[in-house]
Design a protein around this ligand. Structure first.
Ligand SMILES: Nc1ncnc2c1ncn2[C@@H]1O[C@H](COP(=O)(O)OP(=O)(O)O[C@H]2O[C@H](CO)[C@@H](O)[C@H](O)[C@H]2O)[C@@H](O)[C@H]1O
Ligand SMILES: OC[C@H]1O[C@H](O[C@H]2[C@H](O)[C@@H](O)[C@@H](O[C@H]3[C@H](O)[C@@H](O)[C@@H](O)O[C@@H]3CO)O[C@@H]2CO)[C@H](O)[C@@H](O)[C@@H]1O
Length: 608
């Protein structure tokens, strides 16, 4: 049996050193872990947030449930579930887009409800606030044994765990927010499959080996009665390892996996021969097996990670109800996994929330004039002038300003927008486009200034402060997506009183109401190779229609409607709770209604 070292660190009372494959018999090793002196404390009684609710629960013996797994196992007290999000992005540490936002924002909302919540993501950079736990585990990746180290911080009620390994840090060091998946947009690292196998294997260890004691409500390791939330294709092997390496050994017997699809366009399709590097039994091959007519990345039979994630997880969900319909409607919108999704139904689509603390016009550190719904009109004029000056457009607050913010991919329809600009740029309007992505699209963006010096600017940067300034100073946000699973950009816009002009797809249908909070352009052709002239016309005519309303009573009412909405994670978190509870993990129970733990406290803001 592999050796077990007993060195004490602040985080783990042991450091694991398991050179042999976990497959062999991890069970006994962990029995040793659990009996090797981990301290377990219940600090429930000091709840600052919901003392009354917790007191009520205690009175009914409903609030505390000791979870005992094994003879000398941890006693972890909680009000609800034990949830572990595994993902390649987590804002504000690492983000290329909305995946990072969700893994950044949803967990604190669930923690506020009394659930114990951890996120696990790669350590791509030297995050100043995440400390070395000094806990190491060894995992079999491909044909080598790799040592990973866990870093950790506790923020907004959530244990943020980072998996440290050269496969992440060597590639991306100093470049947080870029190059997470490949050296350039559109190019993948050759070892991505190994990188994400390693992430999943480490994620399966973390709940059992990390002795986490920052929370005043929980302590000790998370244990085994957990719900894993795997996100997108990168984490699709997690349920497979859970089933092949742990459950057969009696570990994680009650654990369940929910698989969340944030974007079915990225599936992780690889050569069939690569199945061998995953170190999974052949019985899993049918779940990965995939045939398509494309020649990328190879011609012929493939493996498809996302397909396996859907099949091997206990439930699959996605980020809006309308996207559920689209995904199952046919191969175009289901991107050839529609059949799989009909066989193994998508349980539910829950519209994303947004981080209303980070995105708050009344407290936004990046904007000149802070405002709320009562002061939006006056503040907008001043913020607009600041924005116009910042990007070098003529400064005049009476000119309506339209903005676009997003990844420059066909999904986002930035190419459709570029084609439509000549159709409406003759109006009294300014347009500012901020995005990064495909090189050609970035170049087209930067040409806008040359073509329309008085009306348009394109900025090919990932620039968070500018994004905030754009929301504060714009009147409309245009979202011409060919498909959009949920979309956060329109939520961020509405929070700042910026009216969305959006295509009618995915979450845009669920979150933007025609004539009330925004303008719909209809659904677009999902064929990405070309720009459909009908879509260009739809963009131009809807922009013209929206501009007609500019500064009218209808416009001001729409601004108010946008700002009056609760776009926070609170509602979505409640729905997520319902879905995850439905998995029936031992000891799970509903949480409480709670406000986020110190969402604005300085010490709770990440400093990557
Ligand atoms: N150049 C730039 N500078 C600064 N900030 C920028 C930026 N470009 C984008 N952003 C930010 O990145 C995020 C984009 O999130 P979205 O959800 O709109 O799209 P994305 O396609 O990345 O997410 C995918 O996952 C999410 C989460 O489920 C789904 O909502 C979505 O539909 C799906 O495509 C926003 O926070 C936005 O402000
Ligand atoms: O948060 C933003 C999105 O982040 C993820 O998408 C990334 C995707 O998972 C990666 O595989 C990669 O996609 C590239 C793809 O692999 C490659 O073959 C080529 O098609 O180019 C793609 C873009 O470079 O990067 C994506 C981010 O850019 C997440 O999966 C999505 O849900 C999020 O929307």
């Amino acid at each position: 049996m592999a050796s077990m070292m007993g060195s004490i660190s602040a985080y783990g009372s042991y450091q694991t050193n398991r050179p042999s494959a976990l497959k062999q018999a991890p069970h006994m090793q962990f029995q040793q872990c659990c009996s090797s002196g981990v301290r377990f404390l219940s600090k429930h009684s000091q709840s600052m947030r919901s003392k009354t609710q917790l007191a009520k629960r205690r009175a009914t013996n409903n609030g505390i449930h000791p979870k005992i797994t094994g003879s000398q196992a941890p006693i972890v007290c909680s009000t609800g579930m034990t949830i572990i999000f595994v993902a390649t992005e987590v804002h504000p540490w690492c983000k290329t887009g909305g995946l990072g936002d969700v893994v950044g924002g949803l967990p604190p909302a669930l923690a506020a409800m009394g659930h114990r919540v951890m996120t696990i993501a790669p350590r791509y950079d030297q995050y100043k606030d995440a400390w070395d736990t000094n806990v190491l585990v060894e995992v079999n990746v491909g044909d080598t044994v790799e040592t990973v180290r866990f870093f950790h911080c506790y923020k907004r009620g959530v244990d943020r765990v980072f998996v440290d390994h050269p496969m992440f840090l060597e590639k991306v060091w100093g470049k947080t927010g870029a190059k997470l998946y490949g050296p350039t947009t559109g190019a993948d690292y050759r070892d991505n499959q190994l990188r994400f196998c390693l992430l999943c294997l480490a994620a399966l260890e973390a709940p059992r080996v990390l002795n986490l004691n920052n929370s005043e409500y929980f302590s000790g390791p998370y244990g085994e009665d957990v719900v894993f939330v795997a996100n997108d294709w990168h984490t699709a092997v997690l349920p497979c390892y859970l089933k092949s390496m742990y459950k057969p050994n009696g570990i994680y017997a009650n654990a369940k996996v929910a698989f969340c699809i944030h974007n079915i366009a990225y599936q992780g399709r690889f050569a069939r021969a690569d199945f061998d590097v995953l170190n999974l039994p052949d019985s899993f091959l049918p779940s990965f097996d995939f045939i398509d007519g494309h020649f990328k990345p190879v011609v012929g039979r493939k493996i498809n990670w996302m397909k396996a994630g859907i099949i091997e997880s206990d439930l699959t969900l996605t980020v809006s109800p309308h996207y559920v319909k689209e995904l199952t409607s046919g191969p175009d919108k289901g991107v050839e996994l529609d059949g799989v999704l009909r066989t193994k139904p998508l349980e539910i689509g829950i519209v994303n929330g947004m981080d209303v603390y980070e995105w708050d016009p009344a407290a936004d550190k990046y904007i000149s004039v802070k405002y709320d719904a009562t002061t939006v009109t006056e503040a907008r004029a001043l913020n607009k002038e600041r924005l116009q000056a910042e990007v070098g457009l003529p400064v005049d607050s009476s000119i309506p300003v339209i903005v676009f913010i997003g990844r420059l991919e066909e999904q986002k329809g930035s190419d459709i927008l570029i084609a439509a600009i000549p159709e409406f740029v003759g109006e009294n309007v300014q347009i500012i486009v901020l995005g990064t992505g495909k090189k050609q699209m970035e170049e087209e963006l930067e040409l806008l200034e040359v073509k329309y010096p008085n009306n348009a600017r394109g900025i090919a940067k990932f620039n968070v402060p500018l994004a905030h300034m754009m929301f504060a100073g714009a009147d409309f946000i245009i979202v011409p997506s060919r498909f959009e699973p949920c979309g956060l950009i329109q939520l961020q816009g509405m929070r700042y009183g910026v009216i969305p002009i959006c295509s009618s797809t995915g979450g845009l249908v669920d979150t933007v109401k025609e004539g009330f909070t925004g303008f719909h352009m209809g659904s677009f052709n999902v064929e990405c190779e070309t720009v459909d002239p009908a879509d260009v016309t739809a963009v131009a005519s809807t922009v013209t229609r929206a501009l007609k309303q500019y500064d009218t009573p209808v416009f001001h009412e729409m601004v108010q409607n946008c700002m009056a909405q609760d776009l926070s994670w609170k509602g979505p978190a409640k729905k997520w709770e319902e879905v995850l509870l439905g998995l029936g993990v031992e000891g799970s129970q509903a949480g409480i209604e709670g406000e986020e733990i110190a969402p604005l406290a300085k010490e709770n803001v990440a400093t990557p």
